[in-house]
Write a protein that binds this ligand. Structure first.
Ligand code: HEC
Ligand code: HEC
Ligand code: HEC
Ligand code: HEC
Ligand code: HEC
Ligand code: HEC
Length: 424
């Protein structure tokens, strides 16, 4: 049973008086900083944490950490559904090596060992809980909600992630394979960087490096924000007033449209998207109501606008589309078009139409690629698994996709049309 349910049950049955009278073993002797249980365990708005506690708990219950990955459901109307939590038991998530990121207990054990988080091996966990309050906080010992750990993180790919409170997230949200070690011989399409590569992406590394080419490196979005992931994903424009609000920012940590609401194609255009754009316009001066159009135009990197400047995110999306179409149509076809998609599989007309993010294509069964294909496919997968549509590190995203196409054109005769200017 998940922690919040245990807690709700206790409060429901016994009330706060029970909690005050019954000090849990977890409360440390030096902890609590003079707080009483009711400072957190009550809805009293004048208590230091109580209201935030309830709000954050409600938002957390709408989060991917609690429910599992959220995906767009095309039918009957565009809405979100949860693909199911991968943190419910060892067997569901493949065993002990997954636990340090997929379970509460695994993470706490892994960081307690000190040293390099990634190097910590298998951890056995019974009654696995998903990442929750006690994963990121240690309130019964510290008496506050300072994250458990915010020290710099050495990623598997070698870089050091050190951008404020986002370091907490970087422990788990990093790639589980490296380009250097994977891209030898004739790799399988399934041996990509896997899920949650956001830290690598913000650092601008772990891509396939085109010979003699250099890359944008660390994202301005990691450097300009005070706390990287946390500054953006905890951005919280609403008071906690309705169920749908709970899915945006705060302890839901989502920045895509609010669940259930209709989303105009490609994805967005909903009022929730507009609210997230207010985050962007806190730095970028723009009247745009979508992510696309938030930033001044760039050269026509993807060759979709007759050579005229266009929005960077539109260019990035088109570079992605061209790679997706190549990998859907070219043997051994590591990607496939979703049968129910309204898209006919041909080139979209840019910049107005595009292949939809989670609905129109999927990775197919793992097949053996030529080394050239695997190099380009890795960059596409790194981009897709980052899941920010390039926003986490826009120029880096454009460069790795652009180079992936140049590589296929030069070394595999792909003949994909792109712009003359490499993104920079
Ligand atoms: C600084 C805030 C804070 C204070 C003070 C605090 N708690 Fe908690 N407590 C929490 C949080 C956060 C949770 C996790 C709630 C959840 O999972 O949704 C929790 C959970 C619990 C649970 C559920 C069982 C568990 O371990 O998950 C019990 C019981 C509990 N607290 C008792 C107490 C008692 C008794 C006191 C006073 C001695 C106290 N707490 C003081 C923050 C606090
Ligand atoms: C203990 C490891 C861990 C930490 C720490 C962590 N995450 Fe996660 N996160 C996960 C896992 C595992 C999932 C996927 C859960 C699933 O699909 O079952 C996830 C999912 C998410 C999702 C939802 C993705 C979706 O598709 O629904 C977001 C957003 C997210 N994390 C952001 C963050 C942010 C921001 C932080 C830092 C404040 C953070 N995470 C810290 C492990 C972690
Ligand atoms: C994935 C990590 C993560 C999880 C899970 C998580 N928190 Fe937080 N929480 C954070 C971060 C990061 C902050 C910001 C800390 C700061 O600003 O110093 C925060 C801040 C808070 C605060 C301070 C007020 C605020 O909103 O900034 C409270 C209270 C809080 N969390 C309660 C909870 C409770 C209750 C749960 C479980 C229902 C929970 N948190 C689960 C990461 C997490
Ligand atoms: C270094 C931390 C880490 C390790 C180790 C890890 N994962 Fe994950 N995993 C994550 C994060 C973070 C996410 C969420 C990524 C996102 O939403 O972008 C995730 C997501 C997933 C998903 C959901 C993907 C989807 O789209 O539905 C599956 C399935 C999964 N992991 C399986 C596993 C298995 C099996 C293992 C062990 C063999 C494992 N993971 C080990 C961090 C990790
Ligand atoms: C500049 C703000 C910003 C920063 C910094 C940032 N993100 Fe994001 N992230 C976004 C936006 C915006 C999206 C959603 C793009 C879309 O789907 O339209 C996103 C998407 C995601 C997603 C996919 C699920 C979702 O919410 O749509 C995950 C998981 C994620 N980010 C995790 C992270 C992690 C982990 C970090 C730090 C290592 C991080 N992000 C840093 C803005 C940011
Ligand atoms: C904390 C400030 C900050 C926030 C918030 C922020 N940005 Fe940025 N962004 C920057 C800086 C600084 C740069 C690098 C200088 C530049 O290109 O304007 C940048 C660059 C970009 C670029 C790169 C374009 C290029 O070709 O160089 C795009 C696209 C972009 N931001 C979009 C967004 C979007 C979309 C959001 C909201 C999800 C967002 N930004 C939020 C500060 C921010």
């Amino acid at each position: 049973m998940k922690r919040w349910r245990v807690y709700a049950l206790l409060l429901g049955l016994s009330g706060t008086a029970f909690l005050i009278g019954c000090k849990p073993a977890a409360v440390g002797v030096s902890g609590m900083a003079g707080l009483s249980c009711a400072n957190c365990h009550s809805g009293n708005p004048s208590s230091p944490y109580a209201l935030a506690f309830l709000q954050n708990e409600a938002a957390y219950q709408q989060s991917g950490h609690y429910n599992g990955t959220r995906a767009l459901n095309p039918a009957p109307a565009n809405s979100y559904f949860f693909k199911g939590s991968h943190a419910l038991s060892n067997s569901q998530i493949g065993g002990g090596i997954c636990n340090k990121c997929h379970t509460d207990q695994g993470f706490v054990t892994a960081i307690a060992s000190g040293g390099n988080f990634y190097a910590v091996g298998a951890i056995a966990v019974t009654s696995a809980l998903p990442p929750g309050c006690f994963t990121c906080h240690n309130p019964h010992v510290t008496g506050n909600f300072t994250p458990r750990i915010v020290s710099p993180v050495t990623l598997l790919s070698g870089g050091t992630y050190n951008f404020g409170l986002g370091n907490l997230c970087a422990n788990c949200h990093q790639a589980r394979a490296t380009a250097v070690l994977t891209l030898v011989g004739t790799p399988k399409s399934g041996s990509g960087p896997h899920h949650g590569v956001q830290s690598d992406f913000l650092l601008g590394e772990n891509n396939w490096v085109m010979p003699a080419q250099s890359y944008a490196g660390t994202s301005p979005h990691a450097m300009a924000t005070a706390d990287s992931c946390v500054s953006c994903h905890k951005y919280d424009p609403y008071p906690r007033s309705s169920t749908s609000d709970l899915q945006l920012g705060g302890h839901g940590f989502y920045l895509t449209g609010v669940g259930g609401g209709p989303l105009a194609p490609p994805v967005g255009g909903s009022s929730a998207k507009k609210d997230v754009v207010a985050l962007c316009t806190s730095c970028h001066t723009s009247a745009s109501t979508t992510f696309e159009g938030i930033h001044p135009t760039v050269p026509d990197w993807a060759g979709i606008n007759g050579g005229a400047p266009a929005d960077p995110l539109v260019e990035i999306r088109a570079l992605r589309d061209k790679l997706v179409i190549y990998f859907i149509n070219t043997a051994p076809k590591p990607m496939s078009k979703v049968a129910t998609s309204p898209w006919d599989g041909s080139l979209p007309v840019w910049p107005t139409s595009a292949i939809e993010w989670t609905r129109d294509f999927v990775a197919g069964a793992s097949v053996t690629l030529s080394l050239v294909q695997a190099q380009s496919y890795w960059n596409l997968q790194l981009y897709l698994e980052d899941r920010s549509k390039g926003i986490h590190n826009p120029v880096f995203a454009a460069q790795i996709l652009y180079d992936a196409i140049v590589n296929l054109n030069t070394n595999a005769g792909a003949g994909i049309v792109i712009g003359a200017t490499r993104p920079s």
